[in-house]
Design a protein around this ligand. Sequence first.
Ligand SMILES: Cc1cc2nc3c(=O)[nH]c(=O)nc-3n(C[C@H](O)[C@H](O)[C@H](O)COP(=O)(O)OP(=O)(O)OC[C@H]3O[C@@H](n4cnc5c(N)ncnc54)[C@H](O)[C@@H]3O)c2cc1C
Length: 371
Amino acid sequence: MSVSGLDHFNVCVIGAGVVGLAIAKMLSDKFDSIVVLEREKMIGSGISSRNSEVVHAGIYYPTGSLKAQLCVRGKQLLYEFCQQYKVPHRKIAKLIVASHEQQVEDLIKLKHKAEDNGVLDLQQIDKQGLAEREPEVAGIAALFSPSTGIVDGHSLMLAYQNFAEQNGCLICLNSIFQAAEKHGDDYIVDVVSVGERYKFKCDILINAAGLDAQATARCIEGVGEFVAPPLYYCKGSYFSLTGCSPFKHLIYPMPEANTMGLGVHATLDLSGQVRFGPDTEYQPQPDYSVPEKKRAKFAEAIKRYYPALDPDKLVPAYAGVRPKLQAQGAAVRDFEIHQTQTGLIQLFGIESPGLTASLAIGEYIGNLVSQ
Ligand SMILES: Cc1cc2nc3c(=O)[nH]c(=O)nc-3n(C[C@H](O)[C@H](O)[C@H](O)COP(=O)(O)OP(=O)(O)OC[C@H]3O[C@@H](n4cnc5c(N)ncnc54)[C@H](O)[C@@H]3O)c2cc1C
């Protein structure tokens, strides 16, 4: 194959979700030419547009895991970035509520785990403290997390895009990555961009394709023995609450065993609208419908901490799909970021807290490519 006439980029990022864009933003200070390929007509059309938009504190994840480290670091970077670039966000704080005595012990364990993760601002409050902060919430104790917040995810992605583009990065929408092969020190990347076949060369190839990361990995030749981890789709549905918010903060129950999800919690968006979710539902293929029949199950979970709920005020909202690396019921797995060989970096299982961690993931990859 004659490759001498092909365009050349330092870096190609596959996927313009919050993670691919954050990587482009963080690398755009280091490299002259970066191209981001996005299959859809808009940035952030994948997992990044169907989540809770919570800036997580870093409480739940196993100490030392990438999830814990990148969440704590990412939260700091995210707040600084949002402040500097005027991305709408609010440090609204969150309460994790214990409903019965056994959960109080678990609450204390959770506080210790958070401290081991570097989250040092959690406050344990009793029943009265909870009632003062949130009169509508039932519980016998709670953890108050002042550094948890909410962010407008789409504005955040636009701000990453603007930053990267101002540094010369090219973000190509409607551009579908087809395949890549190693050619000397370069990758030859094959893409269909706005219906046209196009090939180019790059030094560093980054697979940040979210739910398609494993399928994308299979189209990259010359990765030796590397086998991508398995992928399991885990849907999370949301219901919104009509009317005014009964809460001032985000309200979470104690997390489910295995941290499969964080339990059906109450989040507020920046306009003050409450939504409950996400639940967890493994499925063979992504499906984004939210059936009415889920209402009863949601109501049951919500009433444990919000007994005054009127189930008729719950309206099916939307669903997102997590790219889990573990099968249902199996031990929780960490983010996986593989540098399979010089020049190829692949990200798998970037579920929550991927939005919070996005800039820290970009920073982590920046360090990998500088080594
Ligand atoms: C229900 C739910 C709730 C969540 N809540 C939170 C939360 O509150 N806080 C938090 O921090 N995190 C949360 N997350 C996690 C967070 O949303 C994700 O970690 C993050 O959005 C992942 O971003 P991404 O860029 O990796 O993936 P995506 O946003 O899916 O981006 C990947 C992109 O790659 C593109 N692509 C795929 N294949 C190709 C191809 N062949 N060619 C070109 N482009 C391609 C896709 O179109 C897509 O746009 C939640 C996730 C879910 C599912």
